[in-house]
Design a protein around this ligand. Sequence first.
Ligand SMILES: O=C(O)CCC(=O)C(=O)O
Length: 371
Amino acid sequence: MVAITAPSSIEHIPLVRCPKGANAGPQAVIPCIDLSAPGAAAAVADACRTLGFFKATNHGVPAGLADALESSAMAFFALPHQEKLDMSGPARPLGYGSKSIGSNGDVGWLEYLLLSAGAASSGGAALPAALRAAVEAYTGAVRGVGCRVMELMAEGLGLGASEEGRCVLRRMVVGCEGSDEMLRVNHYPPCLLPPGRDRDECGVTGFGEHTDPQIISVLRSNCTAGLQILLRGDYSSPARWVPVPPDPDSFFVNVGDSLQVLTNGRFRSVKHRVLAPEGEESRLSVIYFGGPAASQRIAPLDHGDAGGGAEPVQGVHLGGTVGETMAGAVAAAPMDGDICASWWDVIIPRAMLCIEAVDGRISGSTSSYGS
Ligand SMILES: O=C(O)CCC(=O)C(=O)O
C-alpha cells in the first residue's frame, strides 16, 4: 500500500499497488463478436469457454445514449463531495461511494454510483434530472444487449431448440422478481504519482481484481484505458494480466460466477481489475450487471453439449441459493485484495477436493483451495 496525493475530487486514501512489469507481455486478442452475424452463438460460446470475456459489436445501441450518460455522469462527479452524497446517499450498497468498494475494506482510486436497474429501481431518486433520464434510457438499451447475449449464450450451449431453452438465462434476470440487476457508473480521476515513484514498476489500483457474481456484466467505457483481464495459465504458460484496449463504440461482456455455476464450469467467470489512469484523462465506465435473485436456487443447467469443447467440471452440483453460495464462499476463504470471493477459486476447488476424496485420489493436498 502507498499513500499518494489525491486530486481534489477524491480524498486522500491508501492505495493498493498493482505490479505491472511482471505481467507485461504480448497483448491478448480479445474476441470481437458481431452480435447480428450468423454464427454469433457459437462465437459467444467459444469466447465464454476460453476467456470468459469478449467484445460485442453491432449491438444496436445508439451512441447518443452512452454519450448522454457519460456527460451527465461527468457533471455529477464534478460536484462537491457532500452534494454527491446528499443526492444519492452513501453506498449501502446502492448510492454514491468513493474509494471504499464493498464491505471487505477494499479501496480503489475511484468514485462511483451504484444504482438498482431492476423493476423496483431505487437509489437514484434525488439525482439530477438529466442524469436520471440518461440512466433510464441507457439501462433500457443495455438490458436489451444483455438479453440478446444471454440468448446467444443459451443457444451456444445447445439450448436453443426451444423457446424455453433459449430464454432460460435471461428469464432469471429480466422480469424475474428480486433479480440482481444493477447499473454501476465508475469514475477514475487521473492519478498523479508523487515524484520518484516508478510507473513502470507498479500502477495504482483503480478497482482491485475480482470476478462478478452475476450471470453477465456488460461494460462500456470512454477512451481512457485501465481495464485488464486475467488470462488463465496452463501447463505451458503462467496466468497473466492483459490490458483491454478501450472501445467506446462496443460493449465488453464478462461471464459472471453465477453463469459459471449454471454451466458447470463450461463458461468461465473472468478475473479483472482496473489500473488508475496515468495521463491527464479520467476513465468513466458504466457496467450493467444481470444476475438471479439472491434467493434463487442455482445448479448446473441440463444442457446439450453443443457448447462443449471444454471439459465440464464433473460432479459439481451446487444446490444452494445464490445468496447462500456467495456467503459460504466469502466465509470459507476471504481473499486478500478481492472484492468478492470467486466461486471458481473457492467453491469449485473445494467441490473438486470432495470428488477426489470420494474417488480415493486425494492425498491431503489443498493447494487449489481458496487460492
Ligand atoms: O471500470 C471498469 O472498467 C471495470 C469496473 C468493474 O470491474 C466493476 O465495476 O465491477
